[in-house]
Design a protein around this ligand. Structure first.
Ligand code: AMP
Length: 567
């Protein structure tokens, strides 16, 4: 039954089916006119020839009983004219109702509907030549982000949905989907799992474990990555045959904690690849505000490469004349020692050793608190669920049980004096409200927020957050890192690390000649060939066919690169 709206939507979207429905409508209109004319004629003959008066309902009743050949015989004409008229109604009724109507109904409605049912029915197997595809075991927020990005890179992907009705709905929406029970090896054989690049088990832990066991029965080698809901399930999922198990909530907490400012915070490392570290530092509280990237001369002094500047949630390309302001957070790439050199250069005028406030003591909040404690940063946690007390207490200096929307609770946690707040509640609206509220209480506070739906990212930034990361983005990035066999680098929403082969048009050019930065906004952080890499390449580095560029930038930048250099 759930599939009916999808089938009607399909019928209404097809021009030929719409034409069929129009024809059926016209036929019904013609039939209605004929019935009306017969009803009026019935009255006229009855009154003028036979001298009888009947109601309009009786006229309609007589016409339909005669046309449908039912003929109860309770109302009849006595005159020849009346009887001839009865024969005409009877014969035309036989043709219109008993012959043409079923034919019109079948050809203009029933057959198109049967076709729609077939067309909106998700397949039970994938074509036999399907290969190098990615299989996703559900269409959740991670799958949505992943599907879009896989499509941009030309990798085919399919959702395997066990509920046929849900699968049909997705199919009608144009999502590549197939259906079958997830715990059956036969389903996975039908999904050509042995030739798949990767399977993402993104349902609940028990189902994911059954999925991995079924896949191992169908294919020993296909890589399987599971997203664990509970950290205790990680071992079981690995035992079931998953090659990678992602504990996304823990990772999310750790990534948020990495963006926290506390104490005399200088630069903090947010990711790494090869021997290189990606670090950020806040301009606020240093004498750098008002200066340009050229003035900083970081490459000349430390060898570090400034790859972008966060300005209220947007990573802008770092051009020599980009001016830093109080809210800028430059992102640099370099070795550990180069970052240490940068820290010694940063003169922090405003150190704040007060505790960082973590709002929400669920899995994300606890992971953030743990990561901050490891950095010797004092933490106060606000959690409204008292049953989590025993789990939060060992990870925090103080736990305040209460609703964070209550100003008294925030005051008790020390928000007015805190250097940073980490918002980790599982409700986007609450995180937005708290962002506005905390910004109002303390304009200089660094606000780092979790978000569930990617579409809310912009709104949280607009509310005043300094850094936002969504569960879905982290999931998508983690799975891409596995797919491309590289380290996971999470710079922020909308910004990614890409690996791009050097195209023919770039072969032999130096980095300066290629003008990649100015034309695309992408920043080349390494050139790799045959497993070796030149990290942080200078403007004289030569690009050669066969090597790959590791670049940092946005998806739009990646697309501009395609248009400029790969077309
Ligand atoms: P998790 O998704 O496991 O990180 O859990 C999120 C946590 O945020 C849960 O433990 C919620 O009780 C907590 N939470 C949600 N809203 C609030 C709030 N307004 N104040 C305090 N804690 C909250």
């Amino acid at each position: 039954m759930k599939a009916l709206p999808a089938q009607f939507a399909y019928i209404l979207h097809q021009p030929s089916q719409r034409r069929n429905l129009r024809s059926l409508g016209m036929y019904f209109a013609f039939l209605a006119i004929v019935i009306a004319v017969y009803t009026v004629t019935f009255h006229w003959i009855m009154w003028s020839v036979e001298g009888q008066r009947h109601s309009w309902v009786t006229g309609l009743y007589w016409t339909l009983t005669v046309m449908s050949t039912l003929g109860f015989g309770d109302i009849t004409f006595q005159s020849d004219v009346g009887r001839l008229f009865t024969v005409l109604v009877l014969l035309s009724g036989m043709i219109l109702l008993l012959i043409v109507l079923p034919f019109a109904f079948i050809s203009f409605f029933y057959a198109p509907w049967l076709e729609a049912r077939l067309r909106t029915r998700a397949p039970r197997e994938l074509p036999s030549d399907t290969a190098d595809h990615v299989l996703l075991c559900g269409y959740d927020s991670v799958a949505k982000g992943l599907g879009g990005r896989l499509a941009v890179r030309g990798v085919s992907w399919f959702v395997v949905e066990p509920d046929p009705d849900r699968a049909n709905e997705l199919y009608a929406e144009g999502i590549p989907v197939a259906t079958g029970p997830l715990s059956s090896p036969a389903t996975w054989r039908a999904m050509r799992v042995e030739r798949a690049r990767l399977v993402v088990a993104n349902r609940d832990d028990r189902t994911d474990s059954a999925i991995a066991l079924a896949i191992r029965d169908a294919s020993a080698d296909t890589e399987v990555v599971a997203i664990a809901e509970d950290p205790d399930a990680v071992d079981v999922l690995e035992l079931s045959g998953c090659d990678h198990v992602l504990d996304l909530k823990r990772q999310l907490g750790e990534h948020l904690a990495a963006r926290v400012d506390a104490g005399v915070s200088g630069a903090h490392v947010v990711g790494s690849f090869r021997d290189q570290r990606i670090a950020e530092f806040t301009v606020h509280g240093t004498p750098l505000a008002g200066r340009t990237i050229r003035d900083l001369a970081l490459r000349e002094i430390t060898g570090l490469n400034v790859v972008g500047v966060w300005k209220r949630g947007r990573l802008e390309p770092a051009r020599p004349d980009t001016v830093l302001d109080d809210y800028s957070v430059p992102v640099v790439v370099g070795t550990v020692s180069q970052i240490t050199d940068l820290e010694s250069l940063l003169v922090i005028h405003r150190a704040n050793f007060n505790p960082v406030v973590v709002i929400g003591g669920g899995r994300v909040g606890r992971a953030a608190a743990r990561a901050l404690t490891v950095r010797n940063i004092p933490v106060h946690v606000i959690e409204r669920d008292p049953s989590l007390e025993s789990r939060i207490a060992p990870l925090s200096d103080r736990l305040i049980v209460g609703d964070a929307a209550d100003r008294e609770v925030l005051h008790e946690a020390g928000l007015e004096e805190a250097p940073s707040v980490v918002l980790t509640t599982n409700d986007d609206a609450t995180n937005m409200f708290l962002t506005l509220y905390c910004r109002k209480i303390q304009p200089d506070l660094r606000i780092v927020s979790r978000i569930t739906e990617e579409r809310n990212v912009e709104a949280v930034y607009r509310a005043g957050a300094d850094f936002v990361l969504s569960y879905a983005t982290l999931g998508v990035r983690s799975i891409f890192a596995i797919l491309e066999r590289r380290e996971l680098v999470v710079i922020g929403e909308g910004t990614d690390l890409f690996r791009i082969p050097v195209s023919e048009r770039l072969d032999g050019q130096t980095l300066a000649e290629s003008d990649i930065g100015a034309r695309t906004g992408l920043n080349v952080v390494a050139i790799e060939s045959d497993g070796d890499a030149v990290t942080n390449p200078g403007p004289d580095a030569v690009l050669e066919r066969g090597s790959e560029l590791l670049v940092i930038g946005t998806l739009e930048g990646r697309q501009r690169f395609m248009e400029e250099y790969e077309a």
